[in-house]
Design a protein around this ligand. Structure first.
Ligand SMILES: Nc1ncnc2c1ncn2[C@@H]1O[C@H](COP(=O)(O)OP(=O)(O)OP(=O)(O)O)[C@@H](O)[C@H]1O
Length: 254
């Protein structure tokens, strides 16, 4: 059974804008699947639908074989633990009134009862937060700071630490490096790749940056105007069989 499967998923916003057009794909455990496409093609809408933050009009989204869209908030709760996200703007993902340590502990406090941790070890709050800071390669002394006292890259590392803290099966990464400078982007991509292997995570990695997607993913999907126009294993990125639109994206990063 696949970890995540989308079957014939379509979505039109209430204002009549059709955004997703018959999306189909499967992803397996411990896999990273990359979704690339230009601004406005529907990537974030797809991310929000997978995270159950948006409804779909047609089709099914199956998580470990179970359809999530007909679940109410209470019956969805055990799945929420397994479905985390890291979004583009870390400043809006972190509560400005919480010091880093409290921010790190929040997901565990919310979903800890549903979480069986295999890689982290919860003995007490401080030791747990220490492990998370170490995992995202941040100095522990930053734990007493507020988000506005951190750099963009440090804030994104805290967002990542929160997402991994309850060891979810799937993390949706929606443009996690877009707000960062080039060197910080490379460091965050490397960190995400290392964490995926170490913690046996699966990622749906959404980006307009084909080179970042290429570095991290085993499968790559290319989206254009709400449809997946090309889908292939990473090794086939430069194959002659690629869709013309994929070739255009490749020419932009070569
Ligand atoms: N809440 C909404 N209501 C109506 N239309 C929306 C809504 N959110 C997004 N859209 C429209 O849906 C389309 C896809 O938007 P979406 O944010 O999913 O694209 P994207 O590929 O993630 O773009 P970007 O890379 O710029 O974030 C756009 O035309 C956008 O204007």
């Amino acid at each position: 059974m696949s970890l995540l499967e989308l079957k014939n998923v379509s979505k039109t916003y209430k204002n009549g804008v059709p955004v997703l057009n018959n999306i189909n794909f499967k992803m397996e455990k411990k896999e990273c699947i990359g979704l690339v496409g230009e601004s406005g093609c529907g990537k974030s809408t797809l991310a929000r639908c997978v995270l159950q933050l948006e409804s779909i009009n047609e089709g099914k989204i199956l998580f470990n074989g179970t359809s999530l869209h007909d679940k109410n908030e209470k019956s969805f709760r055990p799945y929420r633990k397994n479905l985390q996200a890291v979004m583009q703007n870390p400043s809006s993902s972190l509560n400005p009134k919480l010091k880093v340590q409290n921010s790190l502990l929040e997901p565990f406090q919310q979903y800890g009862k549903d979480a069986t941790l295999q890689h982290f070890n919860y003995t007490n709050e401080k030791k747990f937060a220490d492990q998370l800071m170490d995992a995202v390669e941040l100095p522990r002394k930053l734990m007493d700071r507020y988000p506005h006292e951190l750099s963009g890259g440090q804030k994104q590392r805290i967002s990542i630490a929160r997402a991994i803290s309850i060891e979810p099966a799937l993390i949706v990464l929606d443009e996690p490096t877009s707000s960062l400078d080039v060197l910080t982007q490379a460091a965050i991509i490397k960190l995400l790749g290392d964490l995926r292997e170490r913690l046996e995570l699966s990622y749906l990695f959404i980006s307009h940056d084909l080179s970042a997607v290429n570095m991290m993913s085993q499968q790559i999907m290319v989206m254009k105007e709400g449809a997946i126009v090309d889908h292939f294993v990473q090794e086939d990125l430069f194959s002659v069989k690629r869709h013309n639109y994929t070739k255009q994206l490749i020419s932009l990063f070569e």
